[in-house]
Design a protein around this ligand. Sequence first.
Ligand code: ATP
Ligand code: HSE
Length: 309
Amino acid sequence: MSAKAEAYSSSANLGPGFDILSMAHNAFKDIVIARTIEEKGKIVIKSNNPKIPLDPEKNSAGLATKILLQEKGIDEGIEIEINKGIPFGLGLGSSGASSVAAIAAVNELFELKLTQEEMVKYSMFGEQASSGSPHPDNVAASVYGGIIAVTSVSPVKVVKIPVNIDFKILLISPQGEREGKTKKAREMLPSKVDLSLYVKNSRYLSSLILGFIKGDKELIKQGLNDEIVEVAREPLYPHYKKIKEIALKNDAIGSCVSGAGPTVLVLYDDHTNVDKIKVESLEVCKVFGLTCNFISAQIAGGVKSERLN
Ligand SMILES: Nc1ncnc2c1ncn2[C@@H]1O[C@H](COP(=O)(O)OP(=O)(O)OP(=O)(O)O)[C@@H](O)[C@H]1O
Ligand SMILES: N[C@@H](CCO)C(=O)O
């Protein structure tokens, strides 16, 4: 028996929404095929990307699958074949998408009828394997599609934000997969924050969510800012501030770090001079010794799965 699922890349945080907001995009996707194998209780991981761990405890798809099977009392052996389309370590929700696609494929395989929130719950264990912390934002975006807010983690509650504005997405992404980057990035965060920064960030968060709902560009621009997490992690993406300046100068709707970086997310529309953003950003990347790729994308839908046989 086998089943297949595909899940899109995502940009988490969106400025002020650390571990809360995330956007699924069609920049890249992972495809997972789950097959039953003869050896009971065994999980075998295969992948086209030789750099990801094949130990099921260390692979996001493997750990999520293991916990799902345990909780459902299923002792079948499973092979998880991960066709990675999403480069990892760039802030594009790569580990999360593998985990979501694996959970959706196993759901299909055993007809578990998981709800979307249950899929998020199990996929989060995958993030534990890859970054040491079960953050919910990337996996929630890959499960639901669109722009989501995780309003509770225990129990998992996710709300899809109505987006009443058309925009395009540009990802400016330094080359090279970075091992263990999100883990390191989470270790850089402060354990306490100033009340004044908390108030500023809360204003950004409310502006951003209201901006998407009202279709108000100015509110989105005002909201795509962060005084806490982006600032604490600045050494991981020294190119970001300058690229954001360039994007805003050329009439982008807004810009922020994608997830834990180093990819920079730019939202733009017909009033934006995208070519100029690209030319000037390339110069910035060069100054910091980076080779940057540009990826154009649009908001993507949620995970899709199908039974193969
Ligand atoms: N199935 C998987 N896909 C991708 N990376 C995986 C997977 N399983 C384990 N990993 C490991 O998880 C880490 C992924 O890195 P990281 O968390 O920085 O990337 P990401 O998931 O792409 O980014 P982000 O969470 O910032 O959006 C790497 O060290 C990688 O080896
Ligand atoms: N919210 C997570 C997303 C990682 O992509 C973080 O910033 O650590």
